[in-house]
Write a protein that binds this ligand. Structure first.
Ligand code: SF4
Ligand code: SF4
Length: 382
C-alpha cells in the first residue's frame, strides 16, 4: 500500500511556503498579478510572463479593518479581501504589481473602485448572460486585458505563448478533475476535507509542474490502494455535495460539521471545486475566442439566467450518487441566496434532501453547525 497520509502531510506542510516562494520569484524579477475570481483568464496572465495569484480572502482577521470603509452588511469574502489590502497584511497582495477584477456581483465590483486606491486595479466588464453577443463582448474584454498587461508589464503576448498556456491550464484542470472523479467510488477513497486540502495545495503551486505531479501521484496512489482493497472512508457515511459560495479556510467549519456527523463530502460544486475546472478551453478554436467561451460558461450566480449551475448540480448528484446537498451561503451574498430556492428544487427533483447553511467567516456558529449537520445526516437514515 502507498503511504497516502504522508502525501497529505507534505501537501499541508507546503501551504505556508506559498508567500516565501512568491517573494523569491519577485526578487528574481517575476511580475505578480492578483486575481479574485474564477472568471480571470489565468492563461493570458501567464502568457504575459507573470504569475497569477488568488487574493480571495478566506480569513476573518482583516474583516474589522475592511468594515472601516465598507458596510458591515456585505459578504465576508469582499470585506476580508479588501481588509487585507488596506492593512497590507496579505503577502500575496503585498507583492502584486497589478490586480484584476471583474464586474461580477455588486459588492465585489464596487469594492474594486476603492481597491484601486491601494493597488492599480484593472476591472474587466463581464457580461452576465451567455449569448453570441456576450461571448463576442467578453472576447473583446480579454483582448483588452491582454493589451493592458502588455503595456503595464512591458511585455508582448504572442499567440504561441497563449496557446502554450491554454494547453497547460487545461492539463491542470484534467489532473484536478481526475482527482475529483475518484470520489464517485462508493465509498470514496478520500474525505471532502482532504479534497479541500488538495485544492489549497494546488493554488500554492502557481502553475509549477512539481505541484501538479504531486496531485497526480496522490490520485494514482489512492486509486491503486483502493483497487488493493483499502477503504479509508466508511461506506456508512452519507454522501454530500456542497454547493454555493466559494470555499476556503474560514468555512472549513462547515466541512468539519458534515464529516464529524456521519457525512462525507464527495464533491464541491463551488468555485474552489468543480465549477471552474469541469469544462476545458477548446484548443481547436482561435485562442481569444476559446477563452471567451470557456470563461463566460462558468456558472456563477452573478449570471442571469444561471440554469447551467442547476444542470451541473443535477449531474453531480447523479454521477457521485449523492444522498444530500448542502447549500453554503456567505452572509449577505444575495445572488447565491436567491438561487437557494432553485437549488432546493433541483435536489428535490433528484429525490434527495437539501439544507441551506448561511454563515460568515467567524467561528461563533461551530456548535450550531454541528447540531444542524448532525440532524440533516440523521434524516437521511445513517
Ligand atoms: S462565485 Fe462567482 S464571483 Fe465568486 S469567485 Fe466564483 S465566479 Fe467569481
Ligand atoms: S460570495 Fe457572493 S457576495 Fe461574496 S463575492 Fe462571491 S458572489 Fe459576491
Amino acid at each position: 500500500m502507498h503511504d497516502v497520509e504522508k502525501i497529505f502531510e507534505k501537501m499541508s506542510a507546503a501551504l505556508p511556503e506559498g508567500p516565501v516562494r512568491i517573494k523569491e520569484a519577485v526578487e528574481a524579477g517575476r511580475k505578480v498579478v492578483g486575481c479574485y475570481c474564477a472568471f480571470t483568464p489565468y492563461e493570458v496572465i501567464r502568457a504575459a510572463g507573470a504569475i497569477p495569484v488568488s487574493l480571495c480572502s478566506t480569513s476573518e482577521k482583516p474583516i474589522a479593518a475592511g468594515e472601516e470603509h465598507l458596510p458591515r452588511n456585505l459578504c465576508p469574502l469582499i470585506k476580508a479581501s479588501y481588509g487585507f489590502g488596506l492593512t497590507d497584511t496579505c503577502p500575496y497582495f503585498h507583492f502584486c504589481d497589478l490586480v484584476i477584477g471583474e464586474t461580477t456581483c455588486d459588492g465585489k465590483k464596487k469594492m474594486y473602485e476603492l481597491l484601486d486606491r491601494l493597488r492599480p486595479t484593472y476591472v474587466m466588464q463581464l457580461p452576465q448572460i451567455v449569448s453570441e453577443e456576450a461571448v463576442e463582448s467578453w472576447r473583446h474584454e480579454i483582448k483588452l486585458l491582454a493589451r493592458h498587461l502588455e503595456e503595464t508589464l512591458g511585455t508582448a503576448i504572442t499567440e504561441e505563448a497563449l496557446r502554450r498556456e491554454i494547453r497547460w491550464r487545461n492539463e491542470e484542470r484534467k489532473v484536478m478533475n481526475e482527482l475529483y472523479e475518484l470520489s464517485r467510488l462508493c465509498p470514496p477513497p478520500l474525505s471532502g476535507r482532504e479534497l479541500h486540502l488538495v485544492n489549497e495545495f494546488f493554488k500554492v503551486g502557481f502553475g509549477e509542474e512539481a505541484y501538479l505531479n504531486k496531485v497526480r501521484e496522490l490520485t494514482r496512489c489512492l486509486r491503486e490502494n483502493y483497487e488493493a482493497g483499502q477503504r479509508r472512508v466508511s461506506d456508512e457515511k452519507r454522501r454530500i455535495i456542497v454547493t454555493g459560495c466559494p470555499t476556503g479556510k474560514s468555512v472549513e467549519k462547515v466541512f468539519h460539521a458534515i464529516e464529524e456527523n456521519g457525512g462525507v463530502i464527495v464533491a464541491f460544486e463551488n468555485c474552489g471545486g468543480v465549477k471552474p475546472s469541469y469544462e476545458l478551453v477548446d484548443e481547436a478554436l482561435p485562442p481569444y475566442e476559446a477563452l471567451a467561451h470557456k470563461y463566460l460558461g462558468i456558472p456563477c450566480s452573478c449570471m442571469s439566467p444561471n440554469g447551467k449551475r442547476l444542470k451541473l448540480l443535477e449531474d453531480l448528484v447523479a454521477e457521485y450518487e449523492a444522498d444530500g446537498v448542502v447549500d453554503l451561503i456567505l452572509q449577505a451574498c444575495h445572488t447565491y441566496a436567491v438561487e437557494s430556492f432553485l437549488v432546493h428544487e433541483t435536489a428535490r427533483a433528484s429525490g434527495i434532501p437539501c439544507i441551506t447553511v448561511e454563515t460568515d467567516y467567524y467561528q461563533g456558529d461551530v456548535e450550531q453547525l454541528s447540531t444542524r449537520m448532525g440532524a440533516f445526516v440523521e434524516m437521511m437514515g445513517i
